[in-house]
Design a binder for this molecule. Sequence first.
Ligand code: ZN
Length: 500
Amino acid sequence: MKLIDQLKSKYSEISYLHSAAALMAWDMRTCIPLKGAEMRAEALGYISTLAFRKSVSEEVGALLGQLNENKVQEELTEDEKAMVRVASKSYKRAKAIPPELHQKYSVLTSNSEKVWEKARKENDFNSLEPYLEEIVELSREMARLYGFEDNPYDALLEGFEEGMTARKLRKIIEPLKSDLIPFIKKIVEEGELADASLLEGRFNRRAQEKLSRKVLKLIGYDFDAGRLDETVHPFTIGIGVNDVRVTTKYTSCEFTPSLFGSIHEGGHAIYEQGLPISLKETPLYGACSLGIHESQSRMMENMVGRSREFLSFFYPQIQKAYPSNFKNVPLDEFYRSVNNVKPSLIRIEADEVTYNLHIMIRFELEEALIKGDLRVSDLPKAWNAKMKEYLGIVPDTDSDGVLQDIHWPSGMIGYFPSYMLGNLYAAQMYSKARQEIPGLDKRIEMGDVLSLVDWLRKNIHSMGRRYEPEKLLKAATGKELDPSYFLKYVKEKYSNIYQI
Ligand code: ZN
């Protein structure tokens, strides 16, 4: 068998194990009987470890060594070269960490998650502090082992967004910050908030589910290659080719969380449903990066779902679903109420204008921790100071502040920037799509989102992991990442909404 075919066959095995693990994880998060969870967690851990071991086996190492030789490379197609590149990179990264350190980190973070849950409930940062200290210390150790040029944080960031560095982020953040902070201030001082209470009431669960299904179909989600279920913490999961599942959460007093949550998860899901089947079971069958993944969900949720164009098509269906709530509410009022901008304490509840500021705060703090410029014990104070500076508000409790996210207690340092990058990528892609698709706004007003999805299929989804995020963005939009697209988008939309 040719070397590349041997590698592919290894990756087939790995992808079957991932598929089994994903199905177990989906079941665990949606419908497992309470008492079954413990045993399942063990089995899932075992299968995942098995997949990991296979991907870092000596056999795979030797294969990659040979496949990277010049004369073997010459024989490979472009896709095969990309497969070798992606597999080699993840092999090297996985091998950089000794198994004992890996094990130590995973025990530490799983304990720390439990402590965090209680600490957040009881507003008790002190109990989490020693765990965070150890997480930071081990993360620094891992950064050293991964290797970096001038900033240890880059080595961690690389695990979530290939090719991104703290320096590049800072270059993007500076113009964003200096434009967004005064813009938000202007909205707060001069704009008039819409009446968000019109979104509250009693909302039948079945009607919510019906709307979620309708909207998922509209944005191109294929129910023959997936399903929609209910869960407490919504997520999307790819089980395998033609099986990408979404979940949502229904609350009885509001329907917008399930509606916009479904659109968000649907954006993730159509990305995975659109991955290139010709590359299935290879290292290239997957999303390019977390940031690119998030760009797909944010584009659907905010740029499409909360646009005047889309709502002018979809709002009548919302009115039909809840006549007693919305019969007398004009579109414009509804549109404004789902686009309220208000500095708030909690990231996951933030609107699309203030959201990036929440991320900047986290990025600056976690980078300082890893560089050794900030001590964990000073984290709550530093958090509150940045909240004051960027958003003009300070939480009363750490529960609503530094303790709100699971990422740090989970050991995911370097994850946050991908959320912001998602927003920025999305704006840049959307601007290009509008140039290339004649009358896109008009189409969306007619309920045609599929023209946009086709564009995304061609330029993003079908690429799989062939390119790194920077290259993919450049290939799709012709430009390097440029935050001005996002700024232009929010300024146009919200100057209009707030008449400022
Ligand atoms: Zn998301």
